[in-house]
Design a protein around this ligand. Structure first.
Ligand code: F6P
Length: 540
């Protein structure tokens, strides 16, 4: 199937996407899909009916259907860690799945999710009403200390759902750079601040160092500092060792991966900000996408199509990177979130059996919100030699009806970018436009090549009605499943992340050297020289 797709790419690669679109008035409809209010347009790509059918066959032969069922029913598909992958269970619980619907051996995953959810709701309501911590104190600020999946998910969702926030203000500290925690805590009052330590393992260096710093800060301004600390973790022995009261600990199962954990207690900061109802709407949005993913035929399955378009661009068109451009300022952290989701999941070289992947792993993902990106890297996207397929996201409506003109300009810009990428501007048109503006023939001749846009650059657009909690849930679950489908087709395990280990180990060995001790055995001359420079500066 790979060879067939390579051959098909050979046939379509020089074809003008624009001409195909103009020649076929049905293409926009045929190469788009509507799912529960979302509209995904992939007509501005060079895929044709035969390419798409072959890609679908590739998905079928890779066993996407069976793997999907295995994942959602609790089979331990994360073999290298011997874990099931059940973030979908958290959403199923919110959508009303009965206790017992998903069992992990004899463990009732739905009942566990419901019990934790109910505890979280009681806690959230107590904090939001001012009943917690008691004594007339009201929590005004929440500081979530975590990193990776224990930060990016809640930070991205909290920003995205800002219009729904009516609880305490949320702050996020992730970096071990002391500037992060310093600047965050500085304006806050320990008396009215709740610190959440979010860490699946409760051993992550950055998080634990920041948590200890926050505890010292709290102790300096409040009588019972640990009373203001909450832990979100699977490592209950570690939370106890830190001194966090059991009643302030919210656990979750090992079957919730870090970068898939925003739906779990890891989302507590968001829950505190938006409250129970909007949080549940977010979970239900995820559940709606799960139901679609689990039941729609592959050809009408949104995560599958998103994955196939991405694979087509990366593996057959050989475009190494993919840009995600949300035209929604409140999705400013979505590209960073998707970087972890995609690259920590699929950035691998060996398959599930440990042998080299025949077609390599997933792509580099990057991006920024529009319209800001237009004034930064779009130059390269339009005129650079390397082609970067763009994935645009856009809401039909914003949350500021009083600023309708802004939203209209946002929409126009998003649509204009995909149109410009598609159609480009020829040398003749560039020359003529210059002469129409009064340039001489020679001047036009000299300047025109700089104003040429090759066009024929692919993009997709995901439209949604408005960025509500439900819609955000749909979008995040869509991307999660897309990553899963890509992983199945590439033949890798998207749920482990051994590639983050080595750097962590070496950092552990280097800390004593940075503090003045000897360089660890085996460190390179380059690292020795870099450390020398730092020591010299510090002495000076
Ligand atoms: O270093 C990578 C990683 O393990 C991520 O997968 C994870 O999201 C992050 O670190 C944080 O881990 P934890 O929640 O255990 O602190």
């Amino acid at each position: 199937m790979w060879a067939k797709l390579q051959a098909l790419h050979g046939k379509v690669k020089t074809r003008s996407i624009s001409e195909v679109l103009f020649a076929d008035p049905t293409r926009a409809e045929a190469f788009s899909l509507d799912v529960d209010g979302l509209h995904f347009d992939f007509s501005k790509t060079n895929l044709d009916v035969e390419c798409l059918a072959t890609l679908l066959k590739l998905a079928e032969e890779a066993g996407v259907v069976a793997r999907r069922e295995a994942m959602m029913s609790g089979v331990r598909i994360n073999r290298t860690e011997d874990r099931a992958v059940l973030h979908t269970a958290l959403r199923a619980m919110a959508a009303g799945a009965p206790d017992g619907a998903i069992l992990l051996e004899d463990h009732d995953v739905i009942a566990e999710a419901r019990a934790t959810h109910d505890r979280l709701v009681r806690f959230v309501n107590a904090v939001r009403s001012g009943e917690w911590p008691g004594g007339g104190t009201r929590i005004t600020d929440v500081v979530n200390i975590g990193i990776g999946g224990s930060d990016l998910g809640p930070a991205m969702v909290a920003q995205a759902l800002a219009p729904y926030a009516d609880g305490p203000r949320c702050h996020f500290v992730s970096n071990v750079d002391g500037a992060d925690i310093h600047d965050t805590l500085q304006p806050l009052d320990p008396e009215t601040t709740l610190v959440i330590v979010a860490s699946k393992t409760f051993t992550t260096l950055e998080t634990m160092m920041n948590a200890r710093t926050a505890l010292r800060w709290m102790a300096a301004g409040c009588d019972a500092p640990l009373d203001r600390f909450v832990a979100l973790s699977t490592a209950l022995d570690e939370t106890k060792r830190f001194g966090i009261k059991d009643e302030n600990v919210f656990g979750f199962g090992e079957y919730i991966g870090g970068r898939y954990s925003v739906w779990s207690p890891i989302g507590l900061a968001v829950m505190l900000a938006v409250g129970e109802e909007d949080w549940e709407a977010f979970l239900k949005g995820g559940a709606a996408m799960d139901a679609h993913f689990a039941s729609a035929p592959l050809a009408e399955n949104l995560p599958v199509l998103l994955a196939l378009v991405g694979l087509w661009h990366q593996k057959f068109c050989c475009y190494a990177t993919r840009a995600v451009i949300p035209y929604e300022q409140r999705l400013a952290r979505l590209p960073a979130y998707l970087q972890q989701l995609e690259m920590e999941s699929n950035g691998k070289s060996v398959g599930t059996d440990g042998t080299p992947l025949p077609h390599g792993g997933g792509p580099v993902v990057w991006g920024e919100p529009g319209t800001n990106g237009q004034h930064a890297f779009f130059q390269l996207i339009h005129q650079g030699r390397d082609i970067v397929p763009c994935e645009f996201l856009l809401g039909a409506e914003g949350h500021e009806p009083e600023l309708q003109a802004h939203h209209d300009a946002l929409v126009a810009n998003c649509l204009a970018q995909s149109e410009a990428l598609l159609q480009g501007r020829s040398l003749e048109v560039a020359r003529k436009q210059l002469m129409d503006k009064g340039k001489s023939e020679d001047e036009a001749e000299a300047l025109a090549p700089h104003k040429v846009f090759s066009g024929n650059r692919p993009s997709t657009t995901l439209l949604y009605p408005k960025l509500t909690p439900f819609v955000l849930g749909q979008i995040i679950a869509l991307y999660e499943h897309r990553v899963f489908v890509e992983g199945v087709i590439l033949g890798l395990n998207p749920y482990d992340q051994w590639g983050v280990e080595l750097g962590k180990e070496l950092a552990g060995g280097l800390i004593p050297a940075v503090e003045g001790g000897a360089l660890p055995q085996g460190a390179s001359g380059s690292t020795a020289a870099l450390l020398d420079y730092i020591r010299t500066c510090r002495k000076g």
